[in-house]
Design a binder for this molecule. Structure first.
Ligand code: SAH
Length: 215
């Protein structure tokens, strides 16, 4: 067994101990080669349960947070999901094994372009990405059964709630400051009424309005 495989098994066991009980989520994590989504200098740490830096000053989340948010999203093969914040593409890759279609928006063109290349190389054919401002969602593809936001907003973005299907679930970090963010779960019932629950204290990079200016 190569070193990565052993480290990966150890990580999966740790995620189970941390309360990730959905076996479809654990096997999706097992199938995605996290080292591919990480800059070369940090690759030997790909299966540690830690967040790591990616280009453009962003981060790939800790595997526990990816697994936790994915589990709370209750993904299934009939669902169409929107992700805000493609970043490295790792979260989208995990979702691609669990959902029918994944739509993902990123405000840095360089990150979006790299993610597309990686999805092609890994043959993840059910992910569609676009350069765009996640605050506005993806009107042409709405509504979505599931929405996951991987950057923290100060308030729940109303346009995203509008693009959530009745019966849908949205998982997102929200907080006025980095020190006081919570993962929030929104559930829209069959009549369109929205229920809000706070799940877990976290620290995410900020959700920023508008496209990034890149040199
Ligand atoms: N899901 C990513 C996490 C990346 S960090 C992964 O698995 O690697 C969050 C990402 O959200 C960053 O790439 C950041 O550029 C992006 N982001 C922040 N605000 C955004 C916005 N308004 N619209 C789209 N993407 C945004």
């Amino acid at each position: 067994m190569n070193n990565n495989a052993a480290q990966k098994i150890r990580l999966i066991m740790e995620l189970r101990r941390q309360g990730i009980s959905d076996t479809s989520v654990l096997s999706a994590i097992e199938r995605v080669p996290r080292e591919e989504f990480i800059p070369k200098t940090f690759r030997d740490r790909a299966y540690e349960n830690i967040a790591l830096p990616i280009p453009s000053g962003q981060t790939i989340s800790q595997p526990f947070i990816v697994a936790y948010m994915t589990q709370m999203l209750k993904p299934d093969p009939r669902r169409k999901v929107l992700e805000i914040g493609t970043g490295s593409g790792y979260q989208a890759a995990v979702l691609s094994h669990l959902c029918r279609r994944v739509y993902s928006l990123e405000r840095f063109r360089s990150l979006q372009v790299e993610a597309v290349r990686l999805f092609e190389r890994l043959k993840l054919m059910n992910i569609t990405t676009k350069l765009g401002d996640g605050y506005k969602g993806w009107v042409e593809q709405a509504p979505f059964d599931r929405i996951i936001v991987t950057a923290a907003a100060t308030e729940i973005p109303a346009l995203l709630v509008d693009q959530l299907n009745d019966g849908g679930i949205m998982i997102l970090p929200v907080g006025p400051e980095p020190s006081s963010q919570q993962i929030v779960k929104l559930t829209k019932d069959a009549t369109g009424k929205v229920l809000e629950e706070e799940l877990l204290a976290v620290r995410f990079v900020p959700l920023v309005q508008g496209l990034a200016v890149e040199t």
